[in-house]
Design a protein around this ligand. Structure first.
Ligand code: ZN
Length: 119
């Protein structure tokens, strides 16, 4: 949950230039707005990376026939990059190839496709 606290803190820092711009020159106000925009972009990029990692882990876990793909999604949501590193260590090792039936990724050697159930 530390990541969420960090994001909350960043959001507070982002609003500071807005609060402080009452008695500033237009130039300083513009700089404040630019700083706020930079903060927002940073937060959005961090969020995008987080969501990208979550989707990737979920799809990868599914492709490897793991029943707890959703659990891994939640773990990465809470722990972020640490969860990703743990996942990479504990996931079943093997090559993933596109399924001949549904085209989604599946690990070679699985008796059935985890996505469509075809052998
Ligand atoms: Zn399939």
């Amino acid at each position: 949950m530390r990541r969420n606290v960090l994001i909350a803190l960043l959001l507070v820092l982002c609003t500071l230039p807005l609060v402080a711009q009452n008695e500033t020159t237009p130039g300083e106000a513009a700089a404040g707005i630019a700083a706020m925009g930079g903060c927002m972009v940073f937060v959005l990029i961090m969020l995008a990376i987080q969501i990208f990692i979550m989707i990737w882990v979920y799809k990868d876990a599914k492709a490897r026939g793991m029943d707890n793909a959703v659990l891994w999604l939640v773990i990465v949501l809470i722990t972020g990059l640490i969860g990703l590193v743990i996942y990479l260590f504990v996931r079943p090792k093997g090559e993933t190839m596109p399924c001949p039936s549904c085209g989604k990724k599946r690990m070679t050697g699985l008796p059935r496709c985890p996505n469509c159930g075809n052998p």
